[in-house]
Design a protein around this ligand. Structure first.
Ligand code: ADP
Length: 458
């Protein structure tokens, strides 16, 4: 029920009746109307004015109530086809329109927020006083603090960047520069600082793009070229030295010639192995995104590798003991590449394992979805601090020993890449003085995944 104020109603009654009352008073004074008739006419006039004013004030009160309801976000009550009622409906329409616009704006803002937060690059917006008004998730993550609502200088302690923001806010200047973030962030970024809008005091935008992986890639490439050059230079200079000797002082020394030719053959073989390993690494890398899907029985692969390496193992009196299940152990794979994986691992076990100790290979099924092969040797083992870097190219625990044994330093890098292509995993455990275990886990071939756990035979 709309609330009507009595003073407003009284005022309205008098306002409506006033002209009539004045006319009646004039007629009375002029003696045209008698006091009785004037009184009766005035009473009728007030009654009529009361009815008109009542409706008018009621409508206005309803209108006010309606506007109040709209302002509070209420619904349209929909009433009376009077002028005031029409006005109320128009206001209701206007209110609805505003409401729609508010909702659209809120939806757009939510979309913009979502996009900003989905950006992988940190983005910060500051107002003209340098206060952060928006920082996306990436920004809050790298600075490990809540930035929004704080002074930029409190969360971001980088003098170059802060000076650039000042310059953007005060002089409208932009900056694009590479910056190094100090610890704990410890990363390299390309920073873009731009004033927002035409006038310098509308705030500024800071956009950072992480260059660390790019710089890391560049350094790795440079290291790789340096390593390859170094690996090739040593046997090459040894070859050149022997050629010189054979052409000079040892020209007629048959015994020395045979000895030198054997060493030259060994050095040339080392370079060939290196080139072959480099080529196979680059081939594997090119194919890495294409997962192989041919069924390969790991039991056959292991038997083949055992045959290939049995001579070498016999030379050090190291029996290769393979434990496999009776049932097929099939994985989706590339047979040649899987052969290379186990050839490299078993070859390492023979190289670095102790003489007269066995190399043990166990093919098992850790769960319904995977198969695993563990190659264990009983050698000197690998100190713990080397384990995380062992699969890096040219990383060796003992470079001289590796070279002496004919190693290229690429074997485990090749293993890692082939396993990655097969969506598998390599785990290395080692105990110094006892030996090392290299476990390759591979997803099982889908059709064989329902098989019961494999039974082991020696
Ligand atoms: P390399 O050609 O030098 O053997 P790899 O990439 O195969 O290169 O291995 C890298 C290094 O890891 C080796 O130089 C060696 O120091 C260490 N390593 C690999 N396998 C074993 C193992 N079974 N026992 C001890 N050390 C090993």
């Amino acid at each position: 029920m709309p609330y009507r104020r009595p003073d407003r109603l009284l005022l309205a009654v008098f306002t409506v009746a006033a002209p009539g009352i004045l006319v009646l008073a004039g007629l009375l004074i002029a003696g045209i109307l008698s006091p009785g008739i004037t009184l009766a006419a005035a009473a009728i006039l007030f009654a009529l004015a009361g009815v008109i004013a009542w409706r008018h004030v009621t409508d206005l009160a309803r209108l006010r109530l309606r506007v109040d309801q709209l302002a509070a976000g209420g619904n349209d009550p929909g009433y009376a086809a009077t002028t005031v009622g029409d006005l109320s409906l128009a206001i209701a329409r206007l209110g609805r329109q505003w409401q729609d616009e508010r909702e659209n704006l809120a939806a757009e803002r939510a979309t913009a927020d979502y996009i900003l937060d989905a950006l992988p690059d940190p983005l910060i917006v500051v107002d003209k006083s340098g206060m952060v008004v928006r920082a996306n998730n990436a920004a809050e993550e790298i600075f490990e603090t809540e930035l929004t609502g704080r002074d930029l200088a409190a969360g971001l302690r980088h003098p170059v960047l802060l000076r650039a923001v000042d310059s953007a806010l005060n002089d409208g200047n932009s900056l694009a520069e590479e910056i190094a973030m100090p610890p704990p962030t410890n990363r390299n970024y390309s920073a873009l600082v731009e004033p927002l809008g035409e006038s310098a005091d509308s705030g500024a935008l800071i956009l950072l793009h992480d260059l660390t992986p790019v710089r890391l890639g560049e350094r790795m490439r440079a290291d790789f070229v340096a390593n390859v050059s170094h690996e090739l230079r040593t046997p090459l200079s040894s070859l050149l030295g022997f050629v010189e000797t054979l052409r000079g002082p040892a020209r007629d020394d048959t015994e020395a010639r045979d000895k030198f030719l054997a060493i030259m053959h060994e050095q040339a073989g080392r370079m060939t192995r290196l080139i072959e390993d480099l080529l196979s690494l680059s081939r594997i890398e090119m194919d890495e995104h294409r997962r192989p899907d041919t069924p390969v029985d790991l039991r056959q692969v292991l038997a083949k590798v055992k045959d290939m390496l049995s001579m070498k193992a016999r030379g050090r009196n190291m029996p290769i003991q393979i434990t496999v299940p009776d049932t097929p152990a099939t994985v989706p794979g590339d047979e040649d590449q899987l052969t290379q994986v186990f050839q490299n691992l078993i070859d390492n076990a023979i190289k670095y394992g102790g003489e007269n100790t066995p190399v043990e290979i166990v093919l098992g099924q850790p769960d319904a979805a995977q198969l695993s092969v563990t190659v264990t040797d009983h050698g000197a083992g690998i100190p713990r601090e080397h384990l995380p870097r062992l699969t890096e190219r040219f990383y060796r625990v003992d470079a001289a020993r590796s070279r002496l044994l004919g190693g290229t330093g690429l074997g485990l890098a090749i293993v890692k890449h082939i396993i990655a292509r097969h969506r598998g995993q390599l785990d290395i455990t080692s105990a110094e003085g006892e030996g090392s275990s290299f476990t390759v886990t591979l997803p099982i071939f889908a059709d064989a995944s329902e098989e019961p756990p494999a039974e082991m035979t020696g």
